[in-house]
Design a binder for this molecule. Sequence first.
Ligand SMILES: NC(=O)c1ccc[n+]([C@@H]2O[C@H](COP(=O)([O-])OP(=O)(O)OC[C@H]3O[C@@H](n4cnc5c(N)ncnc54)[C@H](O)[C@@H]3O)[C@@H](O)[C@H]2O)c1
Length: 345
Amino acid sequence: MKRYSKASDIKVGVIGYGGAFNMGKHHLDLMLKAGMTPVAVSEIDPARLEVAKKDIPGVQTYTSVTEMLKKSDVNLVTIITPHNTHAKLAVQCLKAGRHVVCEKPFAITTKECDDMISAAKKSGVMISTFHNRHWDGCAITAVKKLVKEKAIGDIVRIDIAFGGYGQPGDWWRSSKSISGGVMYDWGVHLLEYSLQIIDSPIEEVAGYAKVGYWAPKTKWKADTNEDEGYAVVRFTNGKWLTLRVTSLNAKPVDYWATVTGTEGTYCFDHGRWELTQVNSNGTSTITKGSNAPGEGEKFYENIADHLTKGTQLVITPEWARRPIHILDLADQSAKKNKALKAKYR
Ligand SMILES: NC(=O)c1ccc[n+]([C@@H]2O[C@H](COP(=O)([O-])OP(=O)(O)OC[C@H]3O[C@@H](n4cnc5c(N)ncnc54)[C@H](O)[C@@H]3O)[C@@H](O)[C@H]2O)c1
């Protein structure tokens, strides 16, 4: 793969400059901070292109990705569009010889991930996924306490969950065919945290889905996300993990995650952690604290270092495929009513 002599030689374009969280500006700011040069924005909504022009004076704007790839000299493209468009747009950019960063989730199906990885290999370019939350303070602190310091002995299980009680909105995130389902938006982050804590190949996945309670009340009807999704992942080293994403939790959970070990229990959410350690006399000691600050800007620093110095990519496409493979298997398993063996372990 060709190396750039300096980060500013990496000319970046984004596809999608959406209004929900102004993510296009967020990405371009982070890439600029990592030394890269923002050049272009492609967006099908002309009103959002106007916002991009105001946000980034002088930026090139395109209403078509094909046109951006033809006319601009961007060499890295970040895709910030709804989930069902990631794979198609990524393959288009990769085939045009551009490096690609895809917003999470990497894609919806394992097959889409495979297609993206093989297109990148064929063109000799990089593909990664914006797993900025790899560096969330809660993940950094949990890995330090549980993996490096072994604060709860051997890990037995992770129970991780997200959600509350409420009708899905009218936005695309509530459409099953566009979003992938209720588990894809936050589930992918929770799995990425968990896979940093349980270092083992995946054996099998059992998925469960409750559908239909909210559907009649939404604009998506039969295409509305599941009311709740649940997955049990069995790892080859005997550990397991449960993931639940729900819109039916009338009583919200206290912490997002409970990690159970042979010598204690560790709970965390975005800001806090609570550690219960069992003493030799049978009593237990509870300590609580705040998570380390997040370091999400490391994502693009690593991309710039990878493309200029050949530094190892942290979020490889194979790593990004693991949570998608789990979610894909969970979806199929829920439909088939049986656990499914993992292809990518
Ligand atoms: N990592 C994070 O913390 C984080 C936070 C928010 C969103 N996201 C992810 O970012 C992605 C986008 O989410 P969002 O909240 O910005 O959604 P959004 O709906 O606000 O924006 C999506 C934009 O993509 C545009 N678009 C769709 N198809 C296009 C195409 N073919 N070419 C050009 N533009 C196109 C739409 O017009 C829209 O403006 C999703 O994958 C989401 O999960 C990640």
